[in-house]
Design a protein around this ligand. Sequence first.
Ligand code: PEP
Ligand code: MG
Length: 575
Amino acid sequence: MTFSLHGLAVSTGIAIGRAHLVSNATLEVAQYQIRERDIPAEIARFEAAMSTVHTELEALRNEASVAGAPTELVAFVGVHAMLLSDPMLSDLPKEIIRERRCNAEWALVQQLEEVSAQFDAFDDAYLRERKHDVVQVVERVLKALLGKSRKIAKKTKDEDLIVVAHDLSPADTIQFRNVRVAGFVTDMGGATSHTAIVARSLAIPALVGMHHARPLVRDDDLLIVDGTRGVLIVNPDERILEEYRLKKSALELERSKLKRIKTARTATLDGQDILLYSNIELPRDVEQVRDIGADGVGLFRTEFIFMNRDDLPNEEEQFETYRGVVKAMAGKPVTIRTLDIGADKQARALRVVNRDEPNPALGLRAIRYCLAEPKLFLTQLRAILRASHYGKIKILIPMLAHVSEIDQTLALIETAKLQLREARQKFDPAIEVGGMIEIPAAALALGPFIKKLDFLSIGTNDLAQYTLAIDRTDEAVSHLYDPFHPAVLRLVAGVIQTGARANVPVSVCGEMAGDYLMTKLLVGMGLRIFSMHPAQLLEIKQQVLMSNASQLTTRVSRILRIDEPERIREQVSKL
Ligand code: PEP
Ligand code: MG
């Protein structure tokens, strides 16, 4: 039966392929009753899964005991091993299997609910947080029982896959690089969540906030994802399919035509040079950045190299990664942002971070987390500094709001330099240090940022989130997330203008920079450095080539006085 569902389009284009349902181990385990005589076999199955996880943790523990392993990893393996051996997980599920004749997965999930409630009742915040360790241990056992992981399976059929999930974390989404995923849809999610950002960087059509896609779509259903109109069509008839095949080829043709401007100088009609940098999440993205002819890397979101693994990348591994990127860029600048973990970006090995803080987006994120974990931060700083010997690297600090955070960070960079000098390691002593302007407080009180930092980069995703008080990841409020809100635009324009007056370079590296509807507006505000996904770069370049900077300055200053987002949008579309 053909039907369609509507959601929020977060990455444009059209994908046609077969549905691949991704499940969340704890949410979606099978629940069935077993026969009396099958009880011993079910208990044996449970015990086998427990022993698989014991072995896994033992292997991790051995890795962790190797000299130099991060203390966080040692601690986390220890806690997990202890929880696994606790009778609440090792014995009580067996009683449930015996007494209620439940299958092992169901018994384990029931026990998890019981234990979670007990943890929730603790007064002590540290103990309450340990609930997440229990959940992770249970997920490991469930995976062992189910014999599968949350990894996206590689399909053998020569057909495109469309992933359908209740929710996907940025860590899940980044794995799509390894398999042929043509698009994805999720029931949860907001437009500038990191999951959506990763989709745009992969240039695959994606819809979020679908509400009911996961329960309604079946594995292998034929799907069309219309990432422009925000529609998912399930089991389309031949006529619709043909129509979309034509639309898809037309879009692909448009994109390939854009390649003609790849080597053209990026300047406005009145001769203002504009720098177009790219954002990357993983080192391998740099190939695309080079292919497209970007002027450099304007944002390397290093937190992605901490995801999808149980350990932490040590100094040597990070150094090799950063050096690989800067060497590949052959003299062009690479802006490495220090770890921006927390909120929707999680890494298993970083145990302090968890999703159940009361307000994760306002919590221990990014620089706040790094300053609370100086050992971890220094490791990254040393790795970046060492790589700076091999090319042009700049350090970018996320989520700064206070002068004290700038001072502490600069002091830690000095410490890292001192440590390297003592170890006779080479680095660029004049490495530039910049700050992300993504908290309204920073945008409004820019003085110390201008004085103490070498450059600024505006993170419009977070700046909009914090200005409008709208969680980037929450689909319930995503309709209120409006980058055309005058408050957001005035903050962005203010930072660009203050930077220009003080001769401090300012770039925009949030999603606004890659939105072609905003290019002329930003040029008119005075922006000369844009950083976006490589897949968006040529479209933005085309807009730049059609802009007249001096004319735009006057027209944009008028637009910035308008109070209604709708009228702003209308005027911007006429620029
Ligand atoms: C931003 O906030 O605009 C930004 C570029 O950083 P991130 O999206 O990684 O938070
Ligand atoms: Mg940000």
